[in-house]
Write a protein that binds this ligand. Structure first.
Ligand SMILES: Cc1ncc(COP(=O)(O)O)c(C=O)c1O
Length: 379
């Protein structure tokens, strides 16, 4: 098979069903499988925590679109992250995390894994000297988000991979914001890609899921062992919905990017907007790196408003077509106040976000309608 991105997204792991020829992999709603004599498994399936054909199809497709050796699908992005940390780290290890990251990821490190002796340091990842200085002999993982949630900071994946590997650490990249269509971390030297497939991969705000894709088959096998041992797997219906979303990722992302560019133009010219955060802007500090490692600059846009927190909250409240809600990456546009919503768990920490910040997940509706709604919401 040829290996263009869209071709892989639509066909990898998705051969027509051998029994019926069904073009779409069926939802195998079964917990167990008949054995032909003890140990006589058909195609290796024995119990759906260990493996389920619908999940297998999704896992193969995810591995293909990220260019990895092994893909694994989980019940949520955080379930994937937790399994990864428990696989590659042990008590007293050290992890470098981004100085700006999804609040739930920060909470996993600060409130869950630290209690089990996993130490972490938040470091601004655009500053390679700061990352090199923060490395210790116990550093096992450099954890990257790029673009970051919600400040849309950019980290240089290839440079960080080199730095991590020179120090015997793994480079993990949360690729949720870019999606594999816009950015391929494994090709840039990352060891593992993490996804909240809840976002662009699923793409329709109708399913929660997560994924890991490992570059190396051996590490993939260890992750699969822990996935089965810990048990946070994607169910077959969720896997099916996520796979359906993945098929159209490329065309959706192109429209997300085009609409985001229109939104950025509007915000730049609006008197109430004091700063627009978007890696596609030539004066964004990560623009050169983003241009090197991303196909386009994505559908997420953050901005700061004059009038502080009260006005940022008021803008969110006035928006109509932009739905006020957490999450991102779906076909419908969303607006939120990170300080009080998605990143409330980072309040008072080094990852606290500015109070006057508004985050947009620009959907694929008619661009003119989105611009009209934002104009009225900004007042
Ligand atoms: C960048 C990023 N990583 C990970 C997660 C966690 O994923 P989930 O909510 O699917 O557990 C999120 C959720 O918002 C996210 O935005």
């Amino acid at each position: 098979m040829s290996n263009g991105f869209e071709t892989l997204a639509i066909h990898a792991g998705q051969e027509p069903d051998p029994l019926t020829g069904a073009v779409v992999p069926p939802i195998y709603a079964t917990s167990t499988y008949k054995q032909d004599g003890v140990g006589g498994l058909r195609s290796g399936y024995e119990y759906s925590r260990s493996a389920n054909p619908t999940r297998t199809a999704l896992e193969a497709a995810l591995a293909a679109v990220e260019g990895g050796a092994r893909g694994l699908a989980f019940a949520s992005g955080l379930a994937a992250e937790d399994t990864l940390l428990r696989t590659v780290c042990k008590p007293q290890d050290h992890v470098i995390i981004p100085g700006d990251a999804y609040g739930g990821t920060y909470r996993l490190f600060s409130k869950v894994h630290e209690r089990w002796g996993l130490h972490y340091d938040p470091v601004p990842l655009h500053d390679l000297d700061a990352v090199a200085t923060a490395m210790t002999q116990k550093t096992r993982v450099v954890w990257v988000e790029t673009p970051t949630n919600p400040l849309l900071g950019i980290a240089d994946i290839a440079a960080l991979a080199q730095l991590a590997h020179d120090n015997g650490a793994l480079l993990v990249v949360d690729n949720t914001f870019a999606s594999p269509y816009l950015q391929q971390p494994l090709a840039l030297g990352a060891d593992v890609v993490v996804h909240s497939t809840t976002k662009y991969v699923g793409g329709h705000s109708d399913v929660v899921g997560g994924a890991l894709v490992a570059a190396d088959a051996g590490l993939g096998e260890e992750l699969a062992f822990h996935q089965n041992s810990i048990g946070g797997v994607a169910g077959p219906f969720d896997a099916w919905l996520t796979l359906r979303g993945l098929k159209t990722l490329g065309v959706r992302m192109d429209r997300h990017c085009a609409n985001a560019e229109r939104v950025v133009d509007l915000l730049l010219s609006h008197p109430k907007v004091t700063e627009v955060l978007y890696p596609g802007l030539p004066d964004h500090p990560g623009h050169v790196v983003a241009s090197k490692q991303m196909r386009r600059f994505g559908g997420m846009v953050s901005f700061r408003v004059a009038g502080g927190e009260a006005e940022a909250v008021a803008v969110c409240d006035r928006a109509k077509l932009f739905t006020l809600g957490e999450s991102l990456g779906g076909v419908e546009s969303l607006i939120e106040h990170p300080g009080r919503m998605t990143h409330a768990s980072a309040a008072g920490s080094p990852l606290e976000v500015p109070a006057d910040l508004v985050r947009l997940s620009v959907g694929i509706e008619t661009a003119d309608d989105l611009l009209a709604d934002l104009t009225q919401a900004l007042g």
